[in-house]
Design a protein around this ligand. Structure first.
Ligand SMILES: Nc1nc2c(ncn2[C@@H]2O[C@H](COP(=O)(O)OP(=O)(O)OP(=O)(O)O)[C@@H](O)[C@H]2O)c(=O)[nH]1
Ligand SMILES: [Mg+2]
Length: 181
């Protein structure tokens, strides 16, 4: 059995918790206060499972360091597209993640519904589009938007891990089921 991890970082209030909540059914979202993490767990198939996790305290990265570097599938950096003052913190966090283990990184330019939101391209350009860094817009309060964003990350790693196809198919199947949740 292989267990892989997607680590979600981002400044306080950027939408990390909302993103994880919207990523699947409400029962699948777990808050583990004792360990300071929130996560969602997916069984991809009998040989692979996946945790998508974030630190409850945005400024802490110690739980990231508990994950073996080879088990990191990728990173998500949540950014409030309407809060430009938070972007330099997001940039520092991105550098911190990639300093630990170089893995595909998706900048999620969140809160695209706000009138003052910068575009994903603007957010990405400001934070810095290095190699294996991708950017996508999102509204974390909408499950369909969150699934689409998460799929962007999975697509970027799919060539490395063909077994992810089952998870991608499952997420794609749930599109349009927003009302049912
Ligand atoms: N308008 C809008 N509000 C959002 C969106 N995503 C999250 N929010 C709101 O932003 C606030 C912060 O969201 P959280 O999910 O708690 O952010 P967080 O990154 O977990 O914050 P911390 O845990 O404090 O670091 C909440 O009031 C959310 O409802 C979005 O896409 N659009
Ligand atoms: Mg939170």
């Amino acid at each position: 059995m292989t267990t892989l991890y997607v680590y979600v970082a981002g400044p306080q209030g950027s939408g990390k918790t909302t993103f994880l909540q919207s990523l699947g059914n409400p029962n699948g979202f777990t808050v583990d206060a004792a360990n300071g993490i929130e996560y969602r767990y997916f069984t991809v198939d009998e040989t692979l499972d996946l945790y998508v996790l974030t630190s409850i305290d945005a400024s802490r990265f110690d739980r990231l360091l508990d994950i073996a570097q080879r088990d990191i599938l990728g990173y998500i950096v949540m950014v409030d597209s309407a809060d430009q003052e938070s972007w330099s913190m997001a940039r520092i966090m991105l550098a911190h993640l990639r300093g630990y283990a170089l893995a595909p990184t998706l900048i999620v330019a969140n809160k695209q519904d706000l009138l003052s939101a910068a575009s994903p391209e603007q957010v990405g350009a400001w934070i810095g589009m290095e190699s294996m860094v991708y950017v996508t817009g999102c509204q974390a309060t909408k499950p369909n938007s969150v699934r689409a964003a998460f799929l962007q990350l999975l697509f970027s790693v799919r060539h490395e891990i063909e077994r992810l196809d089952a998870l991608i198919a499952e997420l794609e199947r749930t599109f349009g089921n927003e009302e049912a949740q």
